[in-house]
Write a protein that binds this ligand. Structure first.
Ligand code: HEC
Ligand code: HEC
Length: 148
């Protein structure tokens, strides 16, 4: 398609879309909720990260443990993983951090390797901190010890 044709298509599509919206009178939703402008709105909920001494219990035997400390200061980039400055052997002993699981030092064929596997590099795809946030959807989750 030529450039000119593209512009024509975009204009027609824009007209059709814009026309549809005004016909339906889509209601505007305010971030303030239903409060009138002269009412004082409630402060947003303050969420705190949970930092239980001794860590969180695991939901089931193979579960990746939850992170019991703040992590906003620790970067994980392609070349650098600050989690490993505390969690890798041997420096883990110095700071009293649990050593990264041995399962993280195996290549994709299961052979032991001396540095953390690429498949385990981005720790936070499995290990996450917890906030005291209200659940978005009610659920009746029970961990493996509760359903025995
Ligand atoms: C400054 C050192 C330090 C850094 C950096 C650090 N941790 Fe930790 N981590 C600890 C210590 C110490 C503990 C033991 C519990 C505690 O004292 O909070 C711990 C506990 C954990 C646990 C719980 C382990 C268990 O068996 O319950 C996980 C998971 C964890 N950290 C993941 C991470 C991840 C992921 C990062 C990077 C985003 C990270 N940590 C960065 C020191 C550190
Ligand atoms: C693909 C998911 C995954 C990734 C990525 C991952 N982990 Fe884990 N991790 C687990 C699971 C599952 C366990 C528990 C079972 C086991 O030991 O393998 C675990 C266990 C641990 C433990 C507890 C070890 C113990 O003996 O109690 C620590 C500490 C830990 N991981 C740190 C890390 C750090 C740091 C990173 C990033 C370098 C990381 N993990 C990346 C899934 C993952």
């Amino acid at each position: 398609m030529t450039r000119r044709l593209w512009i024509a298509v975009a204009l027609v599509a824009g007209l059709a879309f814009g026309g549809g919206l005004s016909a339906q009178q889509a209601p505007l939703k305010s971030d303030r909720g239903d409060q009138r402008i002269d009412e004082i709105n409630l402060p947003p909920e303050v969420l705190r990260q949970e930092v239980p001494a001794g860590g969180f219990g695991r939901a089931y035997r193979q579960a990746p443990p939850l992170i019991p400390h703040r992590i906003d200061g620790y970067q994980i980039t392609k070349d650098n993983n600050q989690c490993m400055s505390c969690h890798d052997w041997p420096q883990n002993a110095r700071v009293g951090a649990p050593k990264v699981s041995e399962t993280h030092y195996r290549d994709r064929d299961g052979n032991p390797i001396d540095r953390v596997a690429g498949t385990r590099w981005f720790c936070t795809s499995c290990h996450v901190p917890q906030l005291n946030a209200r659940e978005l959807v009610k659920n009746r989750f029970e961990d493996a010890t509760q359903i025995r």
